[in-house]
Each structure stands twice: as structure tokens, then as C-alpha cells.
Design a protein around this ligand. Structure first.
Ligand code: DAT
Ligand code: MG
Length: 141
């Protein structure tokens, strides 16, 4: 069964949208196979966001992601990586399609990093790499 790593980011957690995000994942038909609330630490965030190191929003992104509690979720289901990316919508919440999590629940706050409520892995390789960072006990062998 395919797995993906979803994070309800600190903005979504602080706005009380964790349940709404989980509701949409379950309503779509995917399974929740692990869940933890935690304030992300900068060391694991640096590994998680290594592909963005050096970009102008990288520092603000790590600051934002480590600013408070977030909910880490392993979601399971056939094609759930692609399916959750579709549920999440485009990166920029201003232009994310209505009906998507970011399009319905997110907006621009005029900050150097977009706060867009959720993270979802973008490929099977990313999903297993990210699950290994945040749920090492549940990493694939
Ligand atoms: P996604 O989360 O849609 O996979 P990403 O991996 O390209 O997007 O970027 C990680 C996060 O960084 C993204 O969710 C929000 C922020 N971000 C990306 N591009 C940005 C930009 N050009 N300006 C501000 N924040 C940005
Ligand atoms: Mg990404």
C-alpha cells in the first residue's frame, strides 16, 4: 500500500484546522496509519527541506515550521501521494483552486514564506525519505 507523509503545519495547527484536514483525508477514503503532534526541530527540518537550502524563503520556512506544534501523519492508500497533493492544492494559497485545502482555508499573509497549512510528499522516494525522518520507527526496511 502506498504511503505519504502529511504535515498539518504550525499555521494550520494554530488556526484549529487539524481536524478539518484529517476529515478531508478520511472523506477522500485514505487511511490514517500514524499520527503525532510535535513542534518540529530545526535539525530534522533541515533534512526534510534540504532541496530548498539556499533559496530566499528557506530560512523563513525553517523558522516558521519550528515556531509551534504541528501534526505529523502517515496517510495510506493507492495513489495517495498524488491524491493528497491534489487535495492540498497549489503551493501558493492565493491561487490554489477553491475546493482544495490551501484554496479553501489558506491565504497570503504578506510574509517571506507562504503559510499554506499542509505539507504532502511529492513522490514515492520523498515519502519514504520523509517518513524515515519523522517516523524512523516506521521506516520501510
Ligand atoms: P509544496 O509544499 O507545495 O511541495 P515546495 O516544496 O516547493 O512546495 O516548498 C515548500 C514550502 O515552502 C511551501 O509549502 C511554501 C514555501 N514556499 C515555496 N515556494 C515559495 C516561494 N516562492 N515564496 C515563499 N514561500 C515559498
Ligand atoms: Mg514540496
Amino acid at each position: 500500500m502506498e504511503r505519504t507523509l502529511v504535515i498539518v503545519k504550525p499555521d494550520g495547527f494554530a488556526r484549529g484546522l487539524t481536524g478539518e484536514v484529517l476529515r478531508r483525508i478520511e472523506a477522500k477514503g485514505y487511511g490514517l496509519s500514524a499520527l503525532r503532534i510535535d513542534t518540529p526541530d530545526r535539525e530534522r527540518l533541515a533534512r526534510h527541506y534540504a532541496e530548498h537550502e539556499g533559496k530566499p524563503f528557506y530560512g523563513p520556512l525553517v523558522d516558521f515550521m519550528s515556531s509551534g506544534p504541528a501534526t505529523f501523519v502517515i496517510v495510506a492508500g493507492d495513489r495517495c501521494i498524488e491524491g493528497f497533493r491534489s487535495l492540498a492544492g497549489a503551493t501558493d494559497p492565493t491561487t490554489a483552486a477553491p475546493g482544495s485545502i490551501r484554496g479553501d482555508l489558506g491565504r497570503d499573509w504578506g510574509l517571506p514564506v507562504q503559510q499554506n497549512i499542509v505539507h504532502g510528499s511529492d513522490s514515492p522516494e520523498s515519502a519514504e525519505r520523509e517518513i524515515g525522518i519523522w517516523f524512523p520507527e516506521l521506516a520501510a526496511d
